[in-house]
Design a protein around this ligand. Sequence first.
Ligand code: 5RP
Length: 221
Amino acid sequence: MTQDELKSEVSKAALKYVTPGTIIGVGTGSTANFFIDHLAGMKDSIKGAVASSIDTANRLKRHGIPVINLNDVDEISVYIDGADESDHKLNLIKGGGGALTREKIVAAVSRQFVCIADESKLVDSLGKFPLPVEVIPMSANYVKRQIIDSIGGNPILREELTTDNGNLILDIHELEIDDPQNLENCLNNIVGVVTNGLFANRGADILLLGSQNGVIIKHAK
Ligand code: 5RP
């Protein structure tokens, strides 16, 4: 199977986690797009979806799936989204598509987070994928200096990208991530940082991995 076929298979398997009659959260990226396309087949069984980006909202709407404003919702039954990397404890790096802040908000409101990915995303240690950090535009150079001085790694401004929130992204390359939760908190403490792409305080509950031998299911311990 190609990588896209694995993404499609794993996103189809995620339909099992969609509770009929509820509002679900939907992530951003190519794997999440496959999920939205499969979800269209059961759209009448859910109340609607909260989207983690403008692109996702548009795709949901094109399929006729009601898009609901998060401020009109008390609870989301399940959040389904991809990742750039997952370790074996289901700590994640997300934000390759630049939607990390809204993704983190929707994940926080959701009772369960089911992450869907092809098997290449599972790693022993996070950090080969550059860690995205969303920053308020005027703070970009300050945050960059703070990261170099107090965290390490090589932060590089993502060219020609403005997030759905009107902000910029710094991608931290060459970072060793020994303690994902601590690093998530330290980065978020830098003034000017909106949030970062480490999902460790609220990692995935379940990871579905598309592999050549079928979908592998992993649970957070
Ligand atoms: C977007 C994300 C995506 O979930 C992540 O980049 C994975 O994308 P893909 O499914 O295209 O591999 O965090 O901000």
